[in-house]
Design a binder for this molecule. Structure first.
Ligand code: TPP
Ligand code: MG
Length: 712
């Protein structure tokens, strides 16, 4: 069904006389107001039916959303993944009914995971009737990947606005690389709507500060200035001068004093589009629960159904048929179809014509764009990857990573990223000729300088990835806590982002316990769908990257050592390609079945190997399993897992400079874990290794005790 030709779906009994209702409405109000009130009433009805949700903000912001979609945005509902579409981010994700209403009314079509356009609606009226129910395409909060037309998952306040900064950076980068004279292929704007909550969250400050620094004039945030949050009026906790704050960030700040004034709203967006060199914040004064006589301007309108009687009264105030539910009056679909539908189609058709000419004139660049859109890479993306020779002194994980990253970035032009001010330490700086540094004056730079803003960095990396760039961010591993909420969203969205974290354990030595991660590996391993990889030597780093780069729908945290790790002799020990299985047998006894298994990751692999050699010399048949990634290992067949960790071998020692939490699953009730039970300490690494038991001799003792059946 084509958007705009859909009938007004009214389920039986919900409204007695539809045509009478329609003619009454048409007499009273013009179609713009009808469209706006349709957004309001769909939201009210969905929340009421679900008996949960957030009606107040959709009621207040319906005119804003109407204006953005039907008058401002370049967006073709028939193709929600058109690369040059304007982006819309609902950062106050609790107001999701705004999004479901507008996706429905504008007839946005569905797209599948392989980027095929499906032709069916992304959100039907029936889905809206099933708001917040299992499997509905109108879930509680905007879910990227689950509902087409959702540009990013939001709900944790502040994430959306920060992610939008990443999208705006991506647009600048794409335009710089691919636009040619007469071929403005990437010319879109990024819009984000947010509330008090988003602006209170620290991440919005980090993100706004960077956006202002970078002069992202393709970025517009709209702040729903309703003075209400869950606990009541914002005068209890949020009295700062938001305008002054954003002016200080070097933003352009506009104010619209009446959230119902569509003309004023439209003019504000015009000003945004004319403003160069600065992002824009539009402060929109609104009334939460607009039209509900007892709930307007109160916190009660925020997060609970209005109640049947209040629903009636609100509808009365809109001049709406009071008994109508999920009612879309005649003419509303057509109105959106003539607005965003027609405008979007023309824009996209023109773009497609432009792109086909571009394709002939700039075939190499066009091919890149096509690959990128499908999250694929150029052929030979892994050419020149190094093989590191055996070396007892070895290389730090971060050093190996830096070398590999620099090669990959030369093979994959849209691999871009950086660190939160630790580039020289994380070894994430791209140093090859032409790599450049991303700044307002150099939007083609490949090195991002996120500043010391880990949280915004991770959200921005999500935004880069949502724009189909291959984005990475970096810091010290212990500071992943500052980024974790956005890493979690990366996993939820199934984005192929890369987070490179060095200084993975006690290697930070003298810096002490504030800089020594303990619980971080365990906490990341608990995030569904996130690949956590902690390679054990330089060649494992190479193989880790080979694995990561092939991922199209999973984020990775790559955990790297600060200190040199010996590069293992792979003619003597197994090949590092075993990394792709998450865990592999690195060393075995020369003959016979192993009687004890030593399992380690990262910097502890070498300790396990040294202990293994000792055990062998004493006639004990030990096996070493290098286990850089639990997640990957758990996705292997049971047969493979059993070959690596034969169930009958129960004498097992795991060694990892991190919380022991969870290792029981591999060592079993009879095994031992040499790990951390406390925070670390400030001292040279050697002393810390001794104090906390990370020495080959201590592993040997544990292995022998297990074989002798000694309890701990
Ligand atoms: C990070 C985070 N903390 C807390 C919440 C829970 N929460 C959801 S909405 C909300 C209040 C938001 O107020 P505001 O942004 O002003 O939204 P409004 O009620 O005006 O729509 C809170 C605390 C959340 N979603 N995310
Ligand atoms: Mg508010």
């Amino acid at each position: 069904m084509i958007a705009g030709t859909q009938p007004s779906l009214v389920s039986g009994g919900e409204i007695e006389n539809k045509s009478k209702a329609n003619s009454n409405l048409m007499n009273k109000e013009n179609v713009v107001q009808l469209a706006i009130n349709t957004i309001r009433t769909l939201s009210i009805d969905a929340v009421q039916q679900a008996k949960s949700g957030h009606p107040g903000t959709p009621m207040a912001l319906a005119p804003l959303i109407y204006t953005m979609w039907n008058r401002v945005m370049q967006y073709d509902p028939a193709d929600p993944i058109w690369p040059n579409r304007d982006r819309f981010v609902l950062s106050n994700g609790h107001a999701s009914m705004l999004l479901w209403s507008i996706l429905h009314l504008t007839g946005v079509r569905a797209v599948d995971a392989e980027y095929e356009r499906l032709g069916e609606p992304a959100v039907t009226l029936d889905e809206i009737r099933r708001f917040r129910q299992l499997g509905s395409k109108a879930p509680g909060h905007p879910e990227y990947r689950w509902v087409s037309g959702v540009e990013t998952t939001t709900g944790p306040l502040g994430q959306g606005v920060a992610t939008a900064v990443g999208m705006a950076i991506a647009q600048k980068w794409l335009a710089n690389r691919y636009n040619q004279p007469g071929f403005d292929l990437f010319k879109y704007n990024v819009y984000a709507v947010c509330g008090d909550g988003c602006l209170m969250e620290g991440i919005s400050s980090e993100a706004a500060s960077l956006a202002g620094h970078l002069g992202l004039d393709n970025l517009c945030w709209v702040f729903d200035n309703n003075h209400i949050t869950i606990e009541g009026n914002t005068n209890i906790a949020f009295t700062e001068d938001v305008a002054a704050r954003f002016l200080a960030y070097k933003w352009n700040v506009l104010r619209v004093g009446d959230a119902n004034d569509v003309g004023q709203i439209e003019r504000a967006f015009q000003t945004f589009r004319q403003t160069k060199g600065r992002p824009t914040l539009i402060i929109l004064d609104s009334h939460i629960g607009y039209g509900a006589p007892h709930k307007q301007d109160t916190a009660e309108a925020h997060g609970e159904p209005l109640g049947e009687e209040e629903v009636r009264l609100a509808k009365r105030s809109y001049g709406w048929p009071e008994d109508a539910k999920f009612f879309v009056p005649d003419g509303v679909y057509a109105h959106f179809n003539q607005g965003i539908g027609a405008r979007g189609k023309v824009a996209r058709d023109e773009w497609r014509t432009l792109f086909s000419v571009y394709h002939r004139k700039f075939p190499a660049l066009a091919a890149e764009i096509e690959l990128m859109q499908k999250r694929e890479f150029p052929n030979e993306w892994d050419r020149n990857l190094p093989v590191f020779p055996a070396d007892s002194k070895g290389l730090a994980g971060r050093e190996a990573s830096g070398k590999v990253l620099n090669i990959l970035a030369q093979n994959i032009p849209w691999l871009i990223g950086g660190s939160a001010d630790l580039g020289p330490s994380n070894k994430t700086t791209l140093t090859f000729e032409g790599a450049g540094h991303f700044q307002a004056s150099n939007p083609g730079g490949r090195n991002m300088h996120f500043g010391i803003r880990e949280h915004a960095m991770a959200a921005i990396v999500n935004g880069l990835s949502l724009s189909k760039l291959r984005g990475f961010g970096a810091s010290f591993f212990v500071f992943i806590d500052y980024a974790r909420p956005s890493v979690r969203l990366s996993a939820l969205m199934e984005l192929p982002t890369l987070f490179i974290f060095s200084h993975d354990a006690l290697g930070d030595g003298e810096d002490g316990p504030t800089h020594q991660p303990v619980e971080h590996l365990a906490s990341l391993r608990a995030i569904p769908g996130l690949v956590t990889l902690r390679p054990g030597d330089a060649n494992e780093v190479v193989e880790a990257y080979r694995y990561i780069m092939k991922l199209r729908h999973k984020p990775t945290v790559l955990v790297l050592s600060r200190q040199p790790l010996p590069t293992l002799d792979r003619s003597r020990y197994a090949r590092a390609s075993g990394v792709a299985q998450g865990a592999y047998v690195l060393a075995d006894p020369p003959s016979g079945k192993p009687e004890v298994i030593l399992i380690a990751s990262g910097s502890e692999v070498i300790l396990a190997v040294q202990a293994h050699e000792k055990l062998l010399s004493e006639g004990i048949r030990s096996r070493v399993v290098s286990m850089p990634s639990w997640d990957i290992f758990e996705h292997q067949t049971q047969g493979y897992q059993n070959r690596v960790l034969p169930p009958e071998v129960q004498a097992r020692v795991a060694i990892e400079q991190a919380s022991t939490f969870g290792w029981e699953r591999y060592v079993g009730v009879k095994g031992r874990v040499i790990g951390m039970h406390t925070f670390g300490a400030s001292a040279p690494l050697k002393e810390l290794q001794k104090k906390f038991g990370f020495e080959p001799d201590q592993i040997v003792v544990a292995a022998k005790e297990l074989l002798q059946g000694k309890e701990t």
